[in-house]
Design a protein around this ligand. Structure first.
Ligand SMILES: Cc1cc2nc3c(=O)[nH]c(=O)nc-3n(C[C@H](O)[C@H](O)[C@H](O)COP(=O)(O)OP(=O)(O)OC[C@H]3O[C@@H](n4cnc5c(N)ncnc54)[C@H](O)[C@@H]3O)c2cc1C
Length: 372
């Protein structure tokens, strides 16, 4: 199977759309199946920082650097650190960093605008994925059964394509965040706390994070340890009950910190799951994975979207190499190897920050970065 011309990409997140764009530049027209009904069906989430060797490199190779730079916010890389009373312990302006922030919605829009309009089939939730006997795969999309040379699972944490390739499933990491939104015009206190980028407050197995987004928005997260069943229950609570539960969990924190929980617009409950680090499925001609579908990890390392974009670059090379499946298999091994240090860092970051010694650990980490 040297040519893979019938390409299906399941999932129109950053990884799937980047792959479609890179294939398009090489004359391969993929179909992206996306369950959202349209691009604006749901808010895409907060701000992401793109790293030089992975995310930014992908944007460059996709010839989207200019569009990215027009949306990027290099000035928002600072990260003030507070204790639970609200005392500022450290602040870095982050101006020397090369990790410009971009809103997730803007990133998706840039990628969508760079694709022929018919590439994405909106409102197409993929159900079953069946692997062919020797090669190729079929997808169940509503009542349709569609056959492809290669199906790429870019369908995130709960990937349907992954299910066809492995029994491994994401494991709950013991920590759940509640997400809040703020408009800087109405939330001057939060605006001040966030400073030049992203504030972090740590103490006693709890964390508060608030991050500047574009267009005068800020997103905040209150996170603490809870059993998986409790996290599921929390997701079913009315917003004000979830907020009250968070306020109870942060009892004893300083007024400026509690203000973050009291004043934000409730957005979502986000339990953290991760795939077993370095998990490698058995390669099967006809279906593969990228991004969170391949190596889901908590966002504590800030690498997830960067890895998804880098995976897309490597997979586009493999699919168009003319070498057939062996190139895809090599690419799979490479993407998993690349994810291992990032996944270890994310797991350690989460474990260390949301722990009884979290503040000392995070402070030491910040000081190391300042000294570097
Ligand atoms: C709170 C939070 C903060 C984060 N912060 C950062 C950060 O600062 N930096 C960073 O690098 N990463 C961050 N991440 C991680 C990052 O968002 C992910 O790693 C990244 O989005 C993965 O991209 P993806 O394309 O692989 O998957 P996703 O972005 O998850 O996209 C998957 C797409 O597939 C679609 N889909 C799912 N199932 C189906 C189906 N059955 N049929 C059709 N379509 C389907 C979904 O609708 C979605 O559009 C954060 C994550 C969270 C939750």
């Amino acid at each position: 199977m040297a040519t893979m011309s019938r390409v299906a990409i399941v999932g129109g997140g950053p990884g799937g759309l980047m792959l479609a764009r890179l294939l398009h530049l090489r004359g391969v027209s993929a179909t992206v199946f996306e369950r959202d009904a349209h691009a604006d069906e749901r808010p895409q989430g907060g701000s992401l920082d793109l790293h030089a060797d992975t995310g930014q490199r992908a944007m460059r190779l996709a010839r989207l650097e200019e569009a990215f730079l027009a949306e990027a916010r290099p000035e928002h890389q600072g990260d003030p650190l507070y204790d639970q009373r609200g005392t500022l312990l450290l602040d870095r302006d982050g101006h020397g960093d090369d990790r410009p922030e971009v809103d997730r919605t803007a990133l998706r829009r840039i990628l969508l605008d760079a694709l022929p309009p018919s590439t994405v089939r909106w409102g197409s939730k993929v159900g079953d994925v069946s692997l062919g006997d020797r090669a190729g795969s079929t997808l169940q999309v509503g009542s349709e059964t569609l056959a492809f040379d290669i199906v790429v699972g870019a369908d995130g944490a709960w990937s349907r394509v992954r299910k066809a390739l492995t029994d491994a499933v994401p494991v709950y990491e013991g920590v759940t965040l509640i997400e809040f939104g703020y408009d800087v015009r109405r939330h001057s206190t939060v605006d001040r706390l966030v400073g030049g980028g992203k504030m972090f407050a740590v103490g006693d197995s709890r964390v508060l994070i608030a991050q500047r987004n574009g267009h005068g928005h800020i997103r905040g997260y209150a996170g603490w340890r809870m059993p998986e069943a409790e996290a599921r229950e929390m997701a079913r609570l009315a917003p004000e009950t979830a907020r009250a539960t968070a306020l109870q969990a942060f009892a004893g924190w300083g007024p400026s910190m509690l203000h973050l929980i009291e004043s934000g617009d409730f957005l979502a409950v986000r339990p953290f799951y991760a795939m077993p680090i370095g998990h490698r499925w058995t390669s099967r001609p006809g279906a593969t994975l990228l991004g969170d579908a391949a190596h889901l990890m908590s966002p504590f390392g800030g690498e997830g979207v960067n890895l998804a974009l880098a995976d897309a670059v490597d997979l586009a090379d493999a699919i168009t190499s003319g070498e057939g499946w062996s190139a895809v298999e090599r690419c799979e091994a490479g993407m998993i190897a690349r994810s291992i240090p990032a996944a270890k860092g994310a797991a350690e970051g989460l474990r260390g920050s949301v722990s009884p010694t979290g503040l000392a650990d995070v402070l030491a980490h910040y000081k190391e970065r300042l000294a570097a």
